[in-house]
Design a protein around this ligand. Sequence first.
Ligand SMILES: NC(=O)c1ccc[n+]([C@@H]2O[C@H](COP(=O)([O-])OP(=O)(O)OC[C@H]3O[C@@H](n4cnc5c(N)ncnc54)[C@H](O)[C@@H]3O)[C@@H](O)[C@H]2O)c1
Length: 254
Amino acid sequence: MNRLASKKAIVTGGASGIGRSICKIFASEGASVVVADIDEAGSEETVREIKNSGGVSYAITTDVSSEISVQNSISEAASLIDGIDIVVNDAATFIFGEIEDISDADWEKVFKVNVIGASNVVKHALPYLKTSPSPSIVNMASIGGFVAGRAFIPYNASKGALLQLTRCLAMDLSVFNIRVNSVCPGSIYTAATEKHIAFERADRDDFLKNAAESNFLKRVGKPEEVAYAALFLASDEASFITGEHLVVDGGASV
Ligand SMILES: NC(=O)c1ccc[n+]([C@@H]2O[C@H](COP(=O)([O-])OP(=O)(O)OC[C@H]3O[C@@H](n4cnc5c(N)ncnc54)[C@H](O)[C@@H]3O)[C@@H](O)[C@H]2O)c1
């Protein structure tokens, strides 16, 4: 239970869903975890759950689409947990739609959070990662980054960009021994699933049944099933893996 012993991690999007699960599993494996999310109440709840289990965690309200917010949060995080070894870029905004429905504002928002946000987190965490003995970055992409989905255009395009950001960072940051990888979930039940059901105006049971039918294992995934993939990539067990993406989708994209 000490796969991240004495590591210091910052997790964006840690107030909910997959990000919360990552925070809890990282803390249970010995990491000190900063939850950086725009949702203050959700972040505090993640911290409370970690502390109740004996872990070390802090919440810092952060809007990843604002570079100044990211810069301030990283600096505060590093002083709270005495450095940064692991960055997880999990925060995302979910903007779906077909091409005629998408505005410039939609494109700007989705790229500012899902791509530029992740890039700025890495940029400002870099001075700390450079001094870490085993630094690692994990970006939460999606199978939507490489397979098409109906009416998913801005979100899927942003996840494709995040996958390429991962590969380029893996190359550029290799000189500092910083590993950079992605996790690509398929259909995982979280608050984002409910947003998607509302967007589609779908019947909830039918939507979840169809999501389950779309993969070999015939069920929707759980946040912790993604969090364990992030744990592996963030840990020293993945010490020779960089620029890679790990798919967690029950076989949906095979
Ligand atoms: N749930 C799925 O089926 C699924 C599938 C593929 C990929 N993903 C990815 O997994 C990650 C987590 O998604 P989730 O399903 O847990 O959704 P979620 O809505 O539960 O979590 C997203 C989190 O991001 C935070 N966030 C949004 N905008 C932010 C901002 N500007 N600054 C800081 N935080 C912000 C939210 O407050 C929330 O806590 C996302 O990157 C998502 O794209 C999810």
